[in-house]
Design a protein around this ligand. Structure first.
Ligand code: DGJ
Length: 729
């Protein structure tokens, strides 16, 4: 009902011209307003982005002309929503176009706008057109009022006689005027994902980008936070949080101009991507998704989590399967008997699924290490004589589901596939080839290759309808960038690769909508919201050391709901207990990737109970609101709590890392509870035979007490964890 009312309001605003014939396009969430206005010159400017305004407010032109009107006497300079190259702005344009006659300038004029209701909110579509060329840009804004999220993208097309060249193609452009801006970025590497750091933005440009081709991330992750007027804080202050839905090269430009205003420009990275756009073809940019939070990053993250579960993640409101994977245990070294024994252990542990990892395919060149076999998707007969069907039936017999690893976009040169189709791999014709993990990336710009990649998955599913889950890996960035298929249109490769991938994923989603899938890219390098339309979850990192994971999970949780984040218990332990490792993984989508027979009886029993607890609490952890309470970046502890929608059930996770000698310990104050209700506090996930040492264990406290005074769950012990369940009475 609330959505519907807002939809009507937005419709009314969009069609109503304001005083002085200036058209006003107002896009409101419950908390925020984005206002665009058409100036007297016929062009479109951003006049407001901030806390929601009173409903009857219009922004008089003297208030917005400072930025959007005729500053310094030059008509049109200012906060143009989608500025073109070669116009009178001296700053970064949103779109760079060289027309078919060689003219490098574009001036876009407002034509029309419409608003309609869509699932969860409203979509406003604004048409712009160049006054001298048949060149059109359509701006799209989908507004989700309840989650306070904006999703925006653009479409560029033309009817010129010959193709035009696109050298820049932003998804959108946002402007801010604040005394200062502090950018928090997420950088890292393989096994060192999403490390957070903050810096003040100075005049000029700061660019975050990647050029990895087949994935968005590794050295830089496709999201950011900007503290407006102060550095970002978990619980206070205004923060812009944004992310781009693009599984390839992206670029975020933050430009502070001569008067101290900030432009934020999210885009596909135009690096080596001069795009030739034919008449009639539509260039659709990726979606840029953002929220403005006025209560720090914690609220901003909850906006994203709720939105992602409701509208973006594949099966975002469904349940997830706990699993046992064999990668960290067996690597490539297994046979049928070994896997059957692991399947039986999965059942004993109580998880929902066994996931067979890399190493099950290839005959002429068996995949017994990462140097051969990739591309030959027939089971290795010597290793697995009964093939996948025998394993699926062993899983069915044991009573667990069966999932399987694939890496269908890649090929080892040592494979039958490469021998047959060398021209299907991206590689340079006249240079020495270099490899990343001994493999090459297949050319998904080629429709034949798209068919082949789709066929890999379909082949497995047709032979084995019992396969319920894929782990889809992508270990190599694009190397040796050259497409034998695109020939003289190499500027399209980076972009068409990603579009080819989406074609394959669309077909799969259409024909096999119920198969759950984990997105994996040599750890957490594929972690964007466009890919996550097709995947139920993603692998955060190959680094499963629980202490590193506290940081990695903290980083990803800024944008990603716990439900999308796979966390497995492994032997990457740095001497930590099985309990500590399991408690860290239990904050996300729980799985195991470990030799269970290497555990002692107590540890195994502990894991069984932890799995049962996680399944019982799944709806709180996966679907509840997450509150980050104690940051690992600020000391030697970490704590997070989750609260279900009814605020009747909550789980608190608290960890001690390496506390200092006699450091001052503070109680952890929970968040999100109902202050007026009483909650029973119970420590769970205890080792068998151990009693809780928590003074509050078994007692009842008000939400008010728990949020203002808190619980003494932290200690001075090294690598210790405490999991507490809170149940309203
Ligand atoms: C990289 C992934 O991140 C690992 O989990 C594992 O699946 C290997 N690839 C297999 O080659």
């Amino acid at each position: 009902m609330k959505h519907f009312a807002t939809a009507l309001f937005a419709l009314a605003v969009a069609v109503q011209p304001a005083a002085g014939e200036e058209r006003v396009i107002r896009m409101s969430t419950d908390n925020t307003d984005l206002v665009l206005q058409v100036s007297g010159n016929g062009r479109l400017y951003q006049t407001y982005l901030g806390p929601r305004l009173a409903d009857n407010v219009t922004i008089p032109s003297e208030a917005w002309s400072v930025h959007a009107g005729s500053g310094n006497g030059v008509a049109g300079r200012g906060w143009e929503v989608y500025p073109g190259s070669g116009n009178e702005s001296y700053f970064e344009p949103a779109v760079g176009i060289t027309h078919s006659d060689g003219n490098p300038s574009t001036f876009l004029y407002y034509q029309s706008s419409t608003t309609r209701a869509v699932k969860g909110g409203t979509e406003t579509v604004i048409e712009l057109k160049d006054d001298q060329y048949p060149l059109y840009v359509t701006l799209h804004y989908v507004v989700y009022p309840e989650e306070n999220i904006y999703k925006t993208w653009s479409e560029i097309r033309h009817e010129e006689k010959k193709p035009v060249q696109l050298s820049a193609y932003a998804s959108t452009m946002l402007y801010f005027s604040q005394p200062s801006y502090y950018l928090t970025e997420f950088s890292g590497d393989w096994a060192h994902e999403v490390q957070m750091s903050t810096q003040r933005l100075q005049p000029g440009k700061k660019v975050l980008d990647t050029k990895l081709g087949s994935r968005a991330a590794m050295h830089m992750y496709p999201f950011f936070e900007v503290g407006l007027g102060q550095p970002v804080d978990e619980h206070a202050g205004t923060v812009l949080m944004g992310t781009i839905g693009w599984t390839g090269n992206y670029r975020f430009t933050f430009e502070v101009d001569n008067v101290g205003d900030l432009r934020v420009i999210p885009a596909i990275n135009p690096y080596a991507s001069l795009y030739e756009l034919k008449a009639g073809e539509v260039f659709r940019t990726p979606e840029f998704i953002f929220t403005l939070s006025y209560e720090g990053t914690g609220q901003g993250s909850r906006n994203f989590h709720q939105w992602a579960r409701r509208y973006q993640l594949k099966d975002g409101e469904g349940t997830r399967m706990t699993l046992l994977n064999n990668w960290e245990y067996t690597g490539f070294n297994f046979d049928e008997a070994k896997l059957v024994s692991v399947i039986e252990e999965a059942k004993k542990l109580g998880v929902d699924m066994f996931l067979l990892d890399d190493g099950w395919f290839g005959n002429k060149y068996p995949r017994s290490n990462d140097r051969a076999g990739l591309g030959d998707w027939t089971v290795t007969h010597d290793k697995l004589p009964g093939g996948i069907p025998a394993l699926v039936s062993a899983a069915e017999k044991a009573g667990v589901k069966f999932g399987i690893w694939v890496e269908p976009e890649m090929v080892n040169p040592k494979s039958e596939m490469f021998e047959k189709h060398p021209d299907w791999a991206i590689h340079l014709p006249n240079r020495k080839t270099y490899y990343y993990r001994n493999q090459l990336v297949l050319d998904l710009s080629n429709p034949k290759v798209q068919d082949y990649v789709y066929g890999v998955l379909e082949g497995i599913l047709k032979e084995n309808p019992g396969v319920k889950y894929f782990k889809w890996d992508c270990n190599s960035p694009i190397t040796n960038i050259y497409s034998p298929y695109l020939k003289d249109r190499q500027g399209q490769l980076y972009i068409d690769y990603v579009r080819g991938l989406y074609n394959v994923l669309d077909r799969l989603a259409e024909n096999y909508p119920d198969v759950q899938m984990m997105l994996c890219s040599g750890g957490g390098a594929r972690c964007d919201f466009e890919a996550l339309k097709y995947f139920t979850e993603f692998w955060c990192s190959d680094n499963t050391d629980p202490i590193e994971r506290l940081f990695i999970q903290w980083g990803f949780s800024q944008f990603m709901p716990a439900k999308a984040m796979c966390a497995h218990v492994t032997n990457w332990s740095r001497g930590t207990s099985v309990k500590f490792r399991t408690d860290v993984a239990s904050m996300c989508k729980l799985g195991f990737d470990i030799n269970l027979s290497g555990m002692n009886e107590q540890e195994f029993q502990y894991c069984q109970a932890a799995v049962a607890n996680w399944k019982r609490l799944q709806s709180v952890i996966m679907d509840g609101a997450q509150y980050r309470l104690v940051s690992p970046y600020e000391g030697e502890h970490m704590a997070v709590n989750y609260v279900d929608e009814a605020r009747s059930h909550a789980v608190l996770f608290a960890y001690d890392i390496y506390p200092r000698f006699q450091e001052k310990l503070m109680p952890v104050r929970l968040q999100g509870l109902d202050p007026s209700r009483m909650y029973k506090v119970e420590e769970i996930n205890l080792m068998p035979g151990r009693k809780s040492s928590l003074a509050a264990h078994g007692k009842v406290f008000s939400g008010d007490y728990l949020m203002k005074i808190g619980l003494n769950v932290l200690s001075l012990s090294k690598t210790r964890s405490c999991v507490v369940e809170l149940m309203a009475q």
